[in-house]
Design a protein around this ligand. Structure first.
Ligand code: CUA
Length: 341
């Protein structure tokens, strides 16, 4: 019987060890693309500094409090072993100790409240100077980006310059979403009927991953995004390209345009000079993006064809319906989409 219970205890310990190491190792990733503890801009650095200040204060509190408990337990056991009959001294109230454990936490909380409130206000302030304002619109399940001052509209991949603060105006056309690029700043809810704001700043050029972080329906997990930070020169080049009108298609691509105009595509998507739909992403410069459909598929003719064959099959709940296109129509449409550089 005793042996049996010992085996049970050993099994329990093993299970606890496996679970604990699973949780611990789950936090390990050498190249985690959405690691908030590897900040890449001044705003995320502020958050990081606040996190580690809080963390280290908590570590000191933990060590002191737990150390005291362990010490008391060890001393109590030692005493009990010496004299099992003895009852420890019974006391009621201890004014100096009570004052101490009220005052120390109060000081610690104050020490944390000051930098916390300061950080919140610093992050929320509209940057001085000449911030680039971008309107971010949350859709089920993709992101629309409008640059009103530049006359540019794009989707899923947000281009930002490294030399200028970026000020986002966040809107939603359907449900509540939340915009988050962990390496560049904290998250902000995107709420229908109101405009929220978020600052974004990247120090170095690069691609920073993000995603929607408010459950928003079937494809919430497929509502990803990328922030692409570029040098001022590269950003200017990107803007110039985005403002260019699409070329006139020829051959198979021209037949693709005819399919686009004959099918419901034309009512939902904008292509400069062709259509003005705003249900789906603006496709004028589709090929300038590296991904599509909520930044979940790499841009390629094969992936575009698979998408056109059955959008809800590729992305559950997709607002773009299955249009039951023939393989011939799909080939023509893909040929046309390939020209939208
Ligand atoms: Cu949008 Cu979750």
């Amino acid at each position: 019987m005793q042996a049996e219970s010992r085996v049970r205890v050993r099994r329990g310990r093993l299970a606890a060890l496996v679970v604990a190491s699973g949780v611990l190792l789950g936090g390990c990733a050498r190249h985690a693309s959405q690691d908030t503890l590897k900040p890449a801009g001044p705003l995320s650095h502020k958050i990081n500094n606040l996190f580690f200040l809080t963390f280290w204060i908590a570590v000191v509190v933990f060590v002191v409090v737990e150390g005291g408990i362990v010490l008391a337990v060890l001393r109590g056991r030692h005493r009990a072993r010496r004299d099992p009959e003895a009852i420890p001294a019974q006391t009621h109230g201890h004014l100096p100790i009570e004052i101490t454990w009220t005052v120390i936490p109060a000081i610690l909380l104050l020490a944390l409240a000051v930098p916390t409130v300061k950080t919140i206000f610093d992050l929320a302030r509209k940057p001085k100077g000449d911030p680039l304002e971008i309107t971010v619109v949350g859709h089920q399940w993709w992101w629309e980006y409008r640059y009103p001052s530049l006359g540019v509209t794009t989707a899923n991949e947000l281009h930002i310059p490294t030399d200028r603060p970026v000020y986002l105006n966040l809107e939603s056309v359907d449900v509540i979403h939340s915009f988050w690029v962990p390496k560049l700043n904290g998250k902000r809810d995107v709420v229908p009927g109101r405009v929220n704001h978020l600052n974004l700043r990247a120090v170095r050029p690069g691609t920073y991953f993000g995603q929607c972080v408010e459950y928003c329906g079937a494809s919430h997990a497929n509502m990803r995004l990328r922030a692409i930070a570029q040098t001022p020169a590269d950003f200017r080049r990107w803007v110039d390209d985005q403002r260019r009108a699409p070329p006139t298609p020829t051959g198979l691509a021209a037949e693709g345009l005819a399919v686009f105009e004959a099918k419901p595509c034309i009512g939902c998507h904008t292509i400069s000079g062709i259509s003005e739909g705003n249900v789906g992403p603006n496709l004028t410069h589709l090929q300038s993006r590296t991904t599509f459909a909520g930044a979940i598929f790499p841009m390629s003719p094969q992936n575009l064809a698979a998408w056109l064959r059955d959008p809800p099959g590729e992305k559950p709940g997709s607002r773009m319906p299955n249009l039951h296109l023939t393989e011939d129509e799909i080939a023509k449409l893909v040929a046309y989409l390939e020209t939208l550089k």
